[in-house]
Design a protein around this ligand. Structure first.
Ligand code: ATP
Ligand code: MG
Ligand code: MG
Length: 534
């Protein structure tokens, strides 16, 4: 057997699995088809794929479909789409429900061997007994009685639905997860795959270790909130004489100002606080990808988290800063000026009829092609720049050259309404303080498109919600900020989803046309002043 091989991640530590044999590692990502994937799931999926690839093994995508109250087929399709968006490709797709027959047989076997029993103790009473380390009154019931009750459960009779099956593991272990966990429950709702066949469903605690073992999973990655349940997981397989699976814990991912539970995310959708599951304010895979998060940054980020076990709420800044490093070298540079804040400038020495030149889309990366820049003696600049100009100041018109400010017209309220400059192309662009973005004033031949620049705030106002906080009390009233801008003509060539930079404004992702206007979402870059409009 080979020893665990380890790769150094960007963060510098070794990330590897115990007892991993090249070519034989099998991992699995087990989403419940009850919602869309979020960034926490992305961590689990990315780590599972990473290890499968690292050891040239296999990755199973397993739909963990043991609760018909929450699950729907449509969520299987959307989860598969989410995985595509993460560049996660399983070697095999399976379902826990594929094993319902086997799981049932194994539960019967456990009952017959005296390792499980039927219980009808009320939920609260059961919790209390478990907490106090007291045995259920049914713990010593006969195998015949237990089988009889399990059969009633299987048929979903009025009597049967009152019962559950518990593993006979421990009454009073210091680890409460070992105090006779429930392994089977009744549910009369139809299952999205098995229909009415079953009225009983295995719990995650029972199904997961068994299906992992059956499917040949060698390494089960689990969030460390399950750490207390690891001995229970191992017990199931040992008790049933099944192959042992290695458990690898990783920390659950949380972010400040962010809710990651499917139930809460459902609430935001249902109450129209977001436009849907792919809303760019949402921590869903769809949401963050639509906001301009790259798979590369996500992957780097998740691997840099490594096996650390602290459960903390992370800052979004660090992942967006990583994303910025990924996009900066490849994001084409275009220009935009806030629409109601433009100032006309006459450029003496500029072409009297507009001229078009081809320039690189990125000065340091010629591979990403060229863009058109229109030159004219009539241009627009932004009010803020115009207001800062001193009389006779030499400034740089980016991608053009220097110009000297000759006159400036200001209205009664102090707003600059016009500027005249003389081109001074011999001037040294390295010596000016101000490098200005500008656009040739529109003509019928060279119109300038209007675009919408959109920025977002966190959906909730509190960094970290406490146990007793009602999240609905902390909904940020306004979370979307839109500004209209004039943009250079190259925006018309962008495909939907392209990531680019409006120079001196920030990184944006083109989201398509809404109400006739091209919409660009600001991509956070990890700098504290993320919300431009605040
Ligand atoms: P819910 O979001 O409703 O609480 P869940 O988190 O249990 O559900 P599953 O679909 O069962 O969602 O999760 C699939 C996998 O993703 C599991 O292996 C789970 O441990 C992992 N996972 C879920 N949330 C996170 C998270 N915040 N951080 C890391 N991994 C997570
Ligand atoms: Mg779950
Ligand atoms: Mg979750």
């Amino acid at each position: 057997a080979q020893k665990a091989r380890s790769n150094k991640t960007a963060a510098g530590f070794a990330l590897g699995l115990q007892d991993a044999i090249e070519g034989q590692v099998v991992t699995r990502f087990p989403p419940e088809p009850s919602g869309y994937l979020h960034i926490g799931h992305a961590k689990a999926a990315i780590l599972n794929q990473y290890f499968a690839r690292m050891y040239r093994g296999k990755l199973i995508i397993r739909f963990d479909d043991t609760n018909p109250s929450k699950e729907r087929s449509e969520f299987e399709d959307t989860i598969l789409e989410d995985l595509q968006l993460l560049d996660i490709h399983g070697d095999k797709i399976t379902h826990t429900s594929d094993y319902f027959d086997q799981l049932y047989e194994l539960a019967v076997k456990m009952i017959k061997e005296g390792k499980a029993y039927a219980d009808d103790t009320e939920k609260e009473q059961m919790q209390k007994e478990r907490f106090d380390g007291i045995a259920s009154k049914h713990r010593e019931d006969s195998v015949e009685d237990n089988l009889k009750h399990f059969e009633e459960m299987r048929q979903g009779t009025t009597e049967g639905v009152r019962w559950c099956i518990r593993a006979k593991l421990s009454v009073d272990s210091p680890n409460k997860a070992l105090r006779d966990p429930v392994i089977y429950r009744c549910n009369l709702l139809p299952h999205h795959r098995t229909g009415d066949k079953w009225k009983i469903y295995p719990t995650y605690d029972f199904a997961c270790p068994i299906v992992d073992s059956i499917e040949g999973v060698t390494h089960a990655l689990r969030t460390n909130e399950y750490r207390d349940r690891n001995p229970q997981y191992l017990w199931m397989n040992k008790t049933l004489g099944m192959r042992k699976v290695n458990i690898w814990d990783f920390s659950r991912l949380n972010f400040i100002y962010t809710l990651l539970s499917k139930r809460k995310l459902h609430w935001f959708v249902d109450n129209n606080h977001v436009s849907g599951w792919d809303d760019p304010r949402f921590p869903t895979v769809r949401g963050i990808r639509r906001r301009g998060m790259t798979v590369e940054a996500l992957t780097q980020f998740m691997l840099s988290q490594g096996p650390s076990s602290a459960v903390v709420s992370l800052e979004w800044d660090s992942i967006w800063a990583l994303n910025k490093k990924v996009i900066d070298p490849v994001a084409p540079r275009l220009w935009a000026l806030l629409k109601d804040k433009t100032v006309p400038v006459t450029v003496n020495g500029g072409p009297s009829t507009p001229e078009v030149k081809s320039l690189p889309r990125h000065k340091k990366n010629r591979d990403i092609g060229e863009k058109k820049t229109v030159y004219s003696s009539q241009i627009l600049i932004e009010q803020e720049d115009a207001a800062s100009f001193e009389d006779q100041e030499e400034v740089t018109l980016m991608d053009w050259g220097n110009a000297i400010v000759r006159s400036k017209t200001v209205d009664a309220s102090g707003v600059v309404t016009g500027i005249v400059v003389d081109l001074h192309l011999e001037g040294d662009v390295k010596k000016t303080k101000k490098k200005i973005t500008w656009l040739a004033a529109p003509t019928s031949e060279h119109p300038i498109p209007t675009v919408s620049l959109v920025d977002f705030d966190y959906l909730i106002t509190k960094k970290k919600l406490e146990e007793n906080d009602q999240f609905a009390d902390f909904v940020t009233p306004v979370t979307e900020f839109k500004e209209e801008a004039f943009a250079d003509v190259n925006v018309l060539d962008l495909p939907k989803g392209e990531i680019m930079q409006f120079e001196r404004k920030g990184y944006y992702i083109y989201d398509g046309i809404k109400d006739g206007v091209r919409e660009f979402f600001r991509i956070p870059d990890g700098k504290a002043a993320g919300i431009a409009s605040k």
